[in-house]
Every structure is written in C-alpha cells, then in structure tokens.
Design a protein around this ligand. Structure first.
Ligand code: ADP
Length: 158
C-alpha cells in the first residue's frame, strides 16, 4: 500500500488542485486530501465549505479521501501512519517556501518524505488567490475551477 497525503488550504479548490489529485491518485494506492488549517492565512471559505468542495470533486476517485486537520502536518502524517506528503509545484516562487517546509519536516521526522509534483503547464498560473480576485470582481472563473464547485465559489462573492 502506497499511501500519501495531499495537504493544502484549498480556499477554494481550483483545476490546478484537481489535476494534482488525479495524477497522484493514479500513482498512489490511497490518497488523503487534507484541508490543513493554516494559522498564517485567513481563509475566505470556511472549513466545511472547503471539505464539501473537495468531496464534490473527488467523488469519482475511489482511492481518494477528504480530511481536515488543525496542527502540524508532520504530526498528522504520523497519526495517519502515512509517510508520503505530496506537494504541487508551480513556478520558482513556490520553490523557496516549499523547499524550506520540506527540509524542516524532514528534520522533524526523517521517515516522512515530501514528493513534489510539477504543475500541469495548463495550470501553472493558477492559484486560489487568483480565482478569488477574479470572482470578487465578477469575472468568469469557469475555466479555472471544477464545474462541480463553480456555483459555490461564485455565490460566496455575491
Ligand atoms: P494556494 O497555494 O493556491 O493558496 P493551497 O495551499 O491550497 O493553494 O495549495 C495546496 C497545494 O497545491 C500546494 O502544494 C500547492 O503548491 C499546490 N497547488 C496549488 N495550485 C496549483 C497549481 N495550479 N498547480 C500545481 N499545484 C498547485
């Protein structure tokens, strides 16, 4: 069994997240997508909505589960007995922060490995913040978010 955790804020979920979920679920026997409460970020969507969005888009993938955790990722991975953490990597800008996080996590628990999956070139520009900015200004986010969550995201900004 190759189990992995894909953590993030998912505030809200985008096609970039879904792409990482689909590709990871193909190479892992089980994937847990975890909404991780980030004390540095004030979320726009509450945790329940983020979990609902993830459940809606991961429904078709039988080896994918959705979870929530508040605390240190490394503690969560240990509790779940999972030793692989998947992170998506977009541009150089993601690298420095993710590099630091991966090294710190390695220091905290060397048994847990962080694996980086390169973004799909179609979504390399895509982030939750961009989606929020466009939606808040009444722009069309159809091509940026999975259809199952489109209305939920739009109605948050009405
Ligand atoms: P964001 O960085 O957009 O605020 P999250 O914290 O929810 O999003 O990101 C969760 C994970 O998904 C991170 O590993 C992040 O690098 C990755 N990710 C986010 N958007 C993309 C994308 N467009 N392509 C690949 N990976 C992505």
């Amino acid at each position: 069994m190759t189990k992995a955790i894909y953590p993030g804020s998912f505030d809200p979920v985008t096609k970039g997240h879904l792409d990482i979920i689909i590709r990871s679920s193909k190479i892992m026997s089980h994937l847990t997508v975890t909404v991780l409460e980030n004390p540095r970020k004030v979320a726009t969507f509450d945790v329940e909505k983020r979990i609902k969005m993830l459940k809606l888009i991961t429904g078709p993938y039988i080896n994918v589960e959705v979870d929530y955790y508040k605390g240190l990722l490394i503690d969560y991975a240990q509790q779940q007995k999972v030793n692989i953490i998947i992170k998506g990597l977009r541009a150089i800008s993601d690298f420095e922060f993710e590099f630091q996080m991966a090294l710190v996590n390695q220091k905290l628990n060397p048994a847990i490995e962080t694996l980086f999956m390169m973004t799909n070139s179609k979504y390399s520009y895509l982030s939750s913040s961009i989606v929020k900015e466009i939606a808040a200004l009444g722009g069309d986010i159809t091509s940026l978010v999975p259809p199952e969550v489109h209305n939920m995201i739009v109605s948050e900004f009405k």
